[in-house]
Design a binder for this molecule. Sequence first.
Ligand SMILES: [Zn+2]
Length: 108
Amino acid sequence: MIIGIITAITFPLYNTFVENIEYKVCENNRIMLENNYKTYLEYEQIEDKEMVFNDFLDEYDQKICPDGGEIIYKDGHILCTKHSNIIDDTEDQPVPYLYDYHLKIMME
Ligand SMILES: [Zn+2]
């Protein structure tokens, strides 16, 4: 009985914890990818285009989103379909302060 209660309490907390971690990993990976991509553009003297990014992403041998979100490139920013809140997604709400931070980047 006690175990049942503890599980009931900790399980949602654990889920939120994992979601937050995944969100942060995804965010960090995207920042890293963006840095690599911009370095690549500079080094190769290539113009920044969505197609160029997609080729770069194909060659990029690292998983970006731990939650299997799709990585898309929009207006110079690398977004995740699961963690960037591009699509109306009521299930996966991003961490509020991180989302604000992301919005600030997008408005710059
Ligand atoms: Zn993601």
